[in-house]
Design a protein around this ligand. Structure first.
Ligand code: ADP
Ligand code: MG
Ligand code: MG
Length: 501
């Protein structure tokens, strides 16, 4: 079946397709801001939805709630988590600083709810041509600033439109709908609702211990339309992906959001005496702080940004995510959790059947420390690096070292700092060709696809209870095979949707 993919369009049809894609994208917000920020351009997209293993796709969706549960456990085992990051933090200032902020914020934290919009990323394993029955293997689990949920929903819609628009191509397999935009917005809305409930309870409790009884009127005025605060990068180009969620929040949930950068927090956020956050100048209470920035060292050029992060977290607002939750998404923690005995100890609520299924998605990941496993990792990294990728504790793409570059890289840094990395087996994707439209130009070639499955979570720290745990749609990113990293925003990859094989 794959032999007929991608479909060949008659020469004179291609121009209609390109115009359809460009204009559909601009009409529907499938866009990014241009580098100079003055106008929008269509997001890079594939011309056709890429064939993807049906069983792999379905399993990735099905297992998301189990991954949510696992990382909830990881993010709430503070001592365990920080213990595993200790060695990395010694050699990695960014990890060390996040730990420091977590500890400082914890002292003043008055909110028991934590939120998460997460994404588990996979590549289909095995380079044979047939896709049927293929398994997905996990690339990484992201617990902060996950992006492209909104645009991924739009691409699926666009591909569906194209399949209607053209009789020359009707598609091969079933093209699943993608509800990520709606699901992610609903996740934030649930955190917003959670805040209201937690705040009312909190205030009743504090009023009960004081002399005056709580007055309904007082309560109502405090709860006057709280907002969501989006923390964004000052030079963000992936604005529409964020704005679409913001617009969905208004349309479906009647919730308003404001966007500011970490550096702008002192200007636009006021902390009340009782540690609530108010948006200034609107005066509206901030229920949820949603981070679409703060995952990379470059997001914190000065202490202003670090202080802002600490202030936002040591407040009543529901942080999505908390710093500790962000740390749970470290590559080091992913490596530690590939050990079944560790996984079952940390997440005792998962059935052994579920643990089996989680384990099936893992490839081998080695530490690079001086443990016996680490010795093995170091051996492969130096002597047989071809089938491995070396990863630091970083997010956002462009940080990894591949195959034969690994030994030279390791020799260029102090041996003591190797423990701040992990060594992961390379997943070998199937060979597929597709066509990509980027900035109005068509490119063709072998592509690699990475599936992301979104999850929305919220938990109550005081009761150690998961209050929300949902699978929240998906994303397919596609890159030409000759670029190692799949960042769409970084310019290597593009957005895609799926036809199931
Ligand atoms: P980041 O947090 O920076 O996104 P990732 O772990 O996702 O880091 O790595 C970035 C990219 O590197 C992935 O999108 C994927 O293209 C590639 N990659 C990472 N790990 C593997 C792997 N084990 N096998 C194949 N490709 C990988
Ligand atoms: Mg990541
Ligand atoms: Mg990634």
């Amino acid at each position: 079946m794959l032999m007929h993919f991608p479909p060949q369009l008659p020469d004179r049809m291609e121009r209609f397709y390109v115009q359809y894609i460009e204009d559909w994208a601009l009409c529907n917000g499938l866009c990014m801001r241009d580098i100079d920020n003055s106008h929008a351009v269509h997001a890079p997209v594939t011309m056709f939805p890429t064939p993807f293993s049906k069983s792999g796709f379905e399993e990735a969706l099905r297992i998301q709630c189990a991954f949510n549960e696992l990382y909830f456990h990881a993010a709430t085992h503070e001592e365990w988590l920080l213990g595993h990051l200790e060695e990395a933090a010694k050699h990695d200032d960014f990890t060390a600083k996040l730990i420091q902020i977590h500890k400082a914020a914890k002292a003043g934290q008055t909110q028991r709810l934590t939120g998460g919009l997460w994404r588990s990323d996979y590549i289909v394993n095995g380079s044979r041509t047939s896709l049927e029955g293929r398994q997905v293997k996990q690339v990484e689990f992201n617990t902060v600033s996950v992006s492209f949920g909104a645009l991924a929903s739009k691409v699926a819609d666009m591909h569906e439109f194209l399949s209607h628009a053209s009789r020359s191509w009707t598609g091969h397999g079933e093209v699943p709908r993608n509800t990520a935009l709606k699901d992610l917005a609903r996740g934030l809305a649930n955190m917003h609702a959670g805040y209201k409930v937690a705040e009312i309870q909190h205030r009743q409790a504090t009023h009960q211990t004081s002399t005056s009884a709580i007055e309904d009127e007082d309560d109502a005025s405090i709860m006057d339309d709280p907002v969501v605060l989006f923390i964004v990068q000052p030079d963000e180009t992936n604005v529409m992906d964020q704005r679409l969620i913001e617009f969905e929040l208004v349309k479906e949930h009647d919730i308003v959001s404001y966007r500011i950068s970490l550096a702008e927090v002192p200007d636009f956020v006021v902390r009340t005496n009782d540690n609530r956050l108010l948006h200034n100048p609107s005066g509206r209470e901030i229920a949820v702080v949603y981070y679409r920035a703060g995952y990379a060292p470059s997001d914190y050029p000065t202490d202003v940004e670090w202080n802002a992060r600490e202030m936002l977290e040591s407040s009543h607002a529901v942080n999505c995510p908390s710093t500790l939750t962000q740390l749970a998404g470290a590559k080091k923690i992913q490596q530690v959790l590939t050990d079944r005995s560790v996984l079952t100890k940390i997440a005792p609520s998962l059935s052994s059947d579920t643990v089996d299924r989680l384990m099936k998605t893992f490839v081998k990941i080695y530490p690079m420390d001086d443990s016996p496993e680490g010795e093995q990792g170091r051996y492969y990294a130096l002597r047989e690096p071809d089938h491995f990728v070396l990863k630091p504790q970083r997010e956002g793409g462009g940080n990894n070292i591949y195959g034969e570059d690994i030994p030279e890289f390791l020799q260029s840094i102090p041996t003591e700092s190797w423990a701040a990395y992990i060594l992961m087996e390379l997943i070998e994707p199937p060979k597929i060709t597709n066509r990509i439209l980027r900035a109005g130009k068509l490119q063709s070639g072998r592509v690699v696809n990475e599936l992301g499955v979104f999850g929305t979570v919220m938990w109550d720290r005081d009761h150690n209870e998961l209050l929300m745990n949902e699978q929240a749609g998906w994303l397919l990113r596609t890159k030409l095979q000759d670029s190692h990293e799949g960042g769409v925003a970084a310019g290597f990859g593009c957005l895609d949707s799926i036809q199931l094989m």
